[in-house]
Design a protein around this ligand. Structure first.
Ligand code: G3I
Length: 356
């Protein structure tokens, strides 16, 4: 076993250190990166055991403006890349309020919307049947602020299809690909604030309700988009309790979109990198204590390709001084950072678990 903090730990690819503990380490990729950024692809193949399409499998990104008119080209490229390189593949995502084709909103009847949802899940999950480790079936289904008693997000699906759209989506996903683990993927459930607490309670209630109804759900995805300075407080014990509650429902857990923004951190590079690395350590040391946590995915591997570093995808976390953000394990020149060491050590410190 690799000793903590050792040169060996730093030299070992993250995927190997994770695998030693029964964990899978993965990251995002795109068809564009696969075909244009070869040195980045080499780093991905060196460091990860799993890939997930950052955008290429999202309904609106694939759809060409009409029901059933989906271009799977980019999604196929990511899937083939995973299969050819013996990497696990995460599916992101089958339904997401934020990337649903605009024509869907024009469907007037429940029957039309239901058919569109069912056919989309059957086509997309069917296309990669048996190849996908886990699917985010519904991404971000809760929003307590919308004021529903069940805390569900009102946008897009609930209004016409009712809360049972979730049961429909998970049931059809299971029928279409019985081998894929089915995930409910959420954000803002990691920190020690009343909002995050309300979201944790809402999510647990939803999962209990789904389990009670016999709806197939296997995994909770915790996005973990964190920040290293000026953000809400973090409580390791609060997070551990939540993870234990999820595990208590017989579900496993995946950290699905981990990154650490630095918009409020000092510009000084060494100081900023240390703050980012400390945030990775604090979160992973707490999360990986839970044996039901089976996977860690960073929402990017290198600062060269991060949604945080692109103004059009990230107005809120943009550094006002215009200095490039450094949220990920490797810098824009693909050099390992303190954050990479922090993740490596968290894997080395983590208790052993059964892979899952
Ligand atoms: O592909 C179009 C391109 O044709 C067009 O020229 C360009 C101009 O705006 O937009 C491109 O689409 C962008 C797409 O990323 C691909 O780059 C969208 O505008 C942009 O909104 C989209 O941002 C993605 C965002 O999800 C919305 O789908 C980010 O890259 C992606 O990192 C982000 O990831 C989400 C997870 O899926 C869910 N959880 C939160 C996470 C961060 O927001």
């Amino acid at each position: 076993m690799t000793p903590p903090g050792s040169r060996a730990a730093q030299a070992m690819p993250l995927r190997k250190l994770a695998a030693e503990k029964g964990l899978v380490y993965g990251t995002t990729i795109s068809a564009a990166q696969i075909s244009t950024d070869h040195e980045f692809v080499d780093l991905v193949l060196q460091q990860v055991g799993l890939v997930v399409a950052e955008n290429d499998m999202k309904w609106q990104d694939m759809n060409r403006g009409r029901p059933g008119k989906d271009d799977y080209g980019a999604a196929d490229t990511v899937a083939a890349f995973g299969i050819e390189n013996d990497l696990a593949l995460r599916g992101h995502n089958l339904l997401w309020y934020y990337r649903t084709p605009t024509w869907f909103f024009d469907l007037a009847t429940r029957r039309d919307q239901e058919r569109a949802v069912v056919e989309h899940i059957q086509r997309l999950a069917g296309r990669y049947r048996g190849m996908v480790h886990s699917w985010d079936v519904v991404n971000e289904p809760i929003e307590p602020k919308d004021g529903r008693p069940d805390g569900l997000r009102t946008a897009v699906f609930v209004e016409t299809l009712g809360p049972e759209y979730l049961d429909l989506a998970y049931r059809v996903a299971r029928e279409t690909d019985p081998t894929a683990r089915l995930v409910v993927n959420e954000y803002d459930v990691e920190l020690d604030t009343p909002d995050h607490e309300a979201r944790r309670t809402t999510l647990l209630n939803l999962l209990e309700r789904m389990r009670r109804s016999g709806t197939p759900v296997d995994v909770v995805g915790i996005q973990a988009h964190l920040c290293c300075a000026g953000g809400p407080p973090f409580s390791a014990s609060r997070l551990r309790r939540f993870l234990a509650d999820v595990a208590g429902l017989g579900l496993t857990i995946q950290i699905t979109e981990l990154d650490v923004t630095d918009e409020n951190a000092p510009a000084d590079l060494a100081e900023r990198d240390q703050l980012v690395a400390d945030t990775y350590s604090r979160f992973l040391d707490a999360a990986l204590d839970e044996a039901a946590v089976k996977m860690v995915v960073t929402w990017g591997l290198s600062d060269r390709h991060s949604w945080i570093a692109r103004r059009e995808t990230n107005e809120s976390k943009w550094r006002s001084d215009g200095v490039p953000s450094r949220p990920l394990p490797f810098d824009a020149d693909l050099k390992a950072k303190l954050a990479c060491e922090a993740i490596a050590n968290a894997f080395v410190h983590a208790p052993q678990r059964v892979a899952g």
